[in-house]
Design a protein around this ligand. Structure first.
Ligand SMILES: [Zn+2]
Length: 323
């Protein structure tokens, strides 16, 4: 690797970080790990963003280095990485850490500058960069103000798990209409608006009564904003529940009990017994509940298994179940 592989991608002098200059650099104060909604819900369950092996085209995919991808980028036309942004505590993950140059990705538009930040020295052979000095792609002044080149994307990889508790906030972005870094054109979240993703995420948070995550949905340094996005999301959920209640004239019909059984099984599997029990009781009677269980089992494992289950039920009840 050349001695100075970041040549052409550097902040060179105080003039470059002068606010009155022609916009060579941008001040930045946060990094986001952005993920798809389904991955974000898993992160919440895991209580951390797990560092993983690098799998895309990168110098690092031949190493065993595990990283969490973060970026200070913002998107004018929607994110290509999903709707949910976990805002990583800047001071904890950048200040005083070892920083390395990885590569420049010219296949991206604009070019993406890739860096690795680590708490300890890496055994991987990468050149170090020193953001306290000029001549590197990042610059940090004596007031701890960080600057990056305005023209390029930055991908900053952290070599450790990021615990949810240390994220300062969770924010939401629009997903790009047609581009997705993870699933390309097969992505089911293409074009999903930030408000839709937030609504689903809030539903998940409320279903778990997850107070730690709830705190991260409010703006920083402010008392809880009664008219903020969380309120809008809760309003949307209320409208959804009212609409659904109005539509369900026969609240205990076959479809409803089928879905309630699925919910019951899900909550039973994750040890939320009270919710599981409530779902089963909402079905109203045992025969309907069992009929729904048979239908779900049939769909999952096939008729031969559901028939055996039906016979078993008949045996334990000793009466004709299906008239
Ligand atoms: Zn996507």
């Amino acid at each position: 690797m050349s001695k100075n592989p970041w040549k052409g991608y550097t902040i060179d002098s105080p003039d470059d970080i002068d606010d009155t200059s022609t916009g060579i650099t941008t001040r930045f104060g946060c990094l986001y790990h952005t993920s798809h909604l389904s991955d974000a819900l898993r992160i919440v369950e895991d209580r951390k963003i797990s560092a993983n092996l690098v799998r895309d085209k990168s110098l690092l995919n031949e190493t065993r280095l595990c990283v969490v991808w973060t970026s200070p980028n913002t998107w004018y036309h929607g994110s290509m990485y999903g709707n949910v942004g976990f805002k990583v505590d800047f001071d904890e993950f950048l200040l005083g850490k070892y920083m390395y140059w990885v590569e420049i990705m010219k296949a991206y538009n604009p070019d993406a500058i890739r860096l690795v930040v680590s708490e300890s020295k890496l055994s991987v052979d990468l050149p170090r960069i020193h953001p306290r000095k000029f001549g590197y792609p990042l610059y940090c002044d004596e007031d701890e103000q960080w600057f990056r080149l305005d023209k390029y994307n930055y991908e900053i990889m952290l070599t450790q798990d990021v615990r949810i508790a240390t994220c300062s906030r969770i924010e939401f972005f629009d997903h790009h209409q047609s581009l997705c870094n993870k699933y390309s054109s097969r992505c089911s979240d293409l074009g999903m608006e930030d408000s839709t993703a937030r609504e689903k995420f809030v539903a998940f948070t409320v279903s778990r009564i997850d107070k730690i995550v709830a705190m991260k949905l409010f703006p920083e340094n402010k008392e809880r904003d009664r008219q903020g996005p969380v309120t809008y999301s809760c309003n949307a959920l209320l409208r959804w529940i009212c609409k659904t209640s109005a539509e369900e004239k026969e609240a205990r019909d076959r479809d409803t009990s089928y879905h309630l059984i699925r919910s019951a099984l899900y909550y039973y599997s994750v040890d939320e017994d009270k919710i599981a029990t409530a779902c089963i009781r909402a079905i109203g009677n045992e025969k309907r509940a069992v009929r729904s269980l048979l239908a779900v089992v049939k769909k999952t494992f096939g008729e031969h298994i559901s028939e055996r289950l039906k016979e078993y039920y008949k045996r334990i009840k000793d009466k004709d179940f299906y008239r």
